[in-house]
Unconditional design. Sequence first.
Length: 188
Amino acid sequence: MKQYIIALGLGMVLFLGGCGSQQAIDTYSFGQKVINVGQSEVIVDSPFDFGQLDRITANEKGQPLTIYAGLDKNYGVYVSATQASTGAPLPTLEEGAKLGQQALVKELGQTGANIPWDQEQVQVDGVQAVKSTMLAGANGQKIRFTQYTFINKGVLWNIRYSYSDSSPQGEEINQRVNGHIQVTKKEG
């Protein structure tokens, strides 16, 4: 189901990206999405509201998995949150980033050797994170992906942004929302 949704979104971005010349601020209702998983909470800036995919509840290791996604012809936002389960602890931060990269490459139907990732250590609202970026090509289009991976209060977060290289609105949206992630620092 996840691959179907991602493929559908990717298809929309590939085929419709770059249509029109209106500015993003005129078209989109920018806001924030609050996502709670376990004891962790993040707030993600987005050009539109997006929702939880309720059909996916666990990953291949049986760990609880929560996925939120939203996309349109210019932009995509994808958030996954994985919790540890009995006998299946969370991966390290670096392993979590690599797993997120591998999942995307698999969803795109490409081989890892063909897709170079740039990776750097960053802070997401004071939390150590890995920022991964790549440019993937399909059907003559180039899609830019940026993924932030971090662990907070027992939850592995992968927050991914995507847009077509040929979409001026996608680029404008990206400048407004990419990396604008708050990690709530509440007690208890």
